[in-house]
Design a protein around this ligand. Structure first.
Ligand SMILES: [Zn+2]
Length: 313
C-alpha cells in the first residue's frame, strides 16, 4: 500500500464513512456538454474545462470527501480511436487540473481519485489493441494521473476477467492506493452477474481481481437493487473497506431514483458496513447532499460528533 498521507485513509481506518461524488458524465451532459460515443467524457477536459471544474466544485459543495477525475475513457487507445491520440497528455493533465482547482478552492480536505476503466473504444469488445499495447496504455494513464497529483486511483466498471486485471495491475504499479470498482446486476435466480457481461458471475470477476490486493472495493455503476447483495458477496471475500455508488439511469426515465430514495437505500448499505458511499451515472449534487445527511445520521448513531468534512470545514 502506498503512503496514505491524506485524511481519508485515517478516516476509513477509524471506521468513518467517506462520501464520494456523483455522476460526472451524466451531470456534464445534463448541463449541456457534448459527450461522444467513443470516449464518453474523454474529450470534455479539452472542450468544456470550466464546466468540468464547476461540476467537481458543486460535488464538493454538496459534501463530497472524494471527487473522481473525468478520465474514464482517456487511455491512449481510446483517444486514438476518437482521433485524439496526440492530445493524450493535454487531456489527462487538464482533467486532473480541473479536479485540483475545484479542490484547492474548497478550503477543506478533499481527495482526488484518478479514474481508470478498461472499457474499449465505442464499447466495442473487438476494438481493443493487443494485450501488450493495452497494458502499456493503462500504465501510461496511471502514471500520468499519479504525476498530475491524484491522491488515489479508482479502477472502475470492472466486470470480466480478461481486460479488468490488466487495468487493475497497471494501477498497482504506481504505488498509490487503489480502489477497485466492480459493476454488476441481478441475473436469473438473484445471482449477481457482470453489468454488461451476463455470463460472468460477480464471484468469478472477484476471483480474478482480489489477488491484486486493492485497498478498498466498491460496487459501482450497478442498479440499486444489486447493491446490498453485492456488498454481502464482497464482504465474504474482502476484509478491507467496502463502498457503494450505484447508477440510476440517466436521471430522467421511469427507473430513476430520487435523492430521498437513494439516501434511504444507502442507510442500509451503511449499516451493512459500506464506508465509501456516493453515486454513479444519473446521480446529481442533490443526491450527494442527501447522502451527506444519511452519513451524518449513521455516524451520529455510532457516536461520532460530525462527519469528517464538517469537522474539517
Ligand atoms: Zn456510471
Amino acid at each position: 500500500m502506498g503512503a496514505m498521507n491524506v485524511p481519508w485513509a485515517d478516516s476509513l481506518r477509524g471506521g468513518r464513512t467517506l462520501l464520494l461524488d456523483g455522476g460526472t458524465g451524466t451531470e456534464l451532459r445534463r448541463r449541456g456538454a457534448a459527450l461522444d460515443d467513443t470516449t464518453w467524457t474523454g474529450l470534455v477536459p479539452l472542450a468544456n474545462y470550466d464546466l468540468l471544474r464547476t461540476v467537481h466544485a458543486d460535488y464538493i459543495a454538496a459534501g463530497a470527501d472524494v471527487i473522481t477525475t473525468s478520465t474514464f475513457g482517456t487511455a491512449r487507445f481510446v483517444l486514438e480511436a476518437a482521433g485524439h491520440g496526440a492530445d493524450f497528455a493535454a487531456i489527462n493533465q487538464r482533467a486532473v487540473a480541473a479536479a485540483r482547482e475545484a479542490r484547492d478552492a474548497a478550503g477543506r480536505a478533499v481527495a482526488i481519485a484518478g479514474s481508470i476503466s478498461c472499457l474499449p473504444p465505442r464499447y466495442d469488445l473487438h476494438a481493443y489493441p493487443d494485450e501488450t499495447v493495452e497494458s502499456a496504455a493503462y500504465r501510461e494513464l496511471a502514471d500520468t494521473l499519479a504525476t498530475g497529483g491524484v491522491d488515489l486511483l479508482i479502477v472502475e466498471m470492472l466486470q470480466e476477467t480478461h481486460h479488468a486485471p490488466l487495468a487493475l495491475a497497471a494501477a498497482r504499479t504506481t504505488g498509490l492506493p487503489v480502489w477497485l470498482g466492480v459493476s454488476c446486476r441481478l441475473g436469473a435466480g438473484e445471482t449477481l452477474i457482470g453489468f454488461d457481461f451476463p455470463l460472468v458471475p460477480l464471484e468469478t470477476c472477484l476471483d480474478a481481481l482480489l489477488p491484486l490486493a486493492p485497498d478498498a472495493v466498491a460496487v459501482m455503476h450497478s442498479p440499486v437493487p444489486a447493491i446490498a447483495p453485492a456488498l454481502t458477496a464482497l464482504r465474504r471475500r474482502f476484509r478491507g473497506p467496502l463502498g457503494a455508488y450505484p447508477e440510476i439511469g440517466d436521471g430522467t426515465g421511469a427507473g430513476s431514483v430520487t435523492s430521498a430514495e437513494l439516501s434511504a437505500e444507502a442507510a442500509g448499505w451503511l449499516e451493512a458496513g459500506a464506508q465509501i458511499v456516493g453515486g454513479c451515472c444519473g446521480t446529481t449534487p442533490e443526491h450527494i447532499r442527501s447522502l451527506r445527511s444519511a452519513i451524518g445520521a449513521h455516524e451520529a448513531r455510532r457516536g461520532y460528533a460530525a462527519a469528517p468534512s464538517e469537522s474539517r470545514g
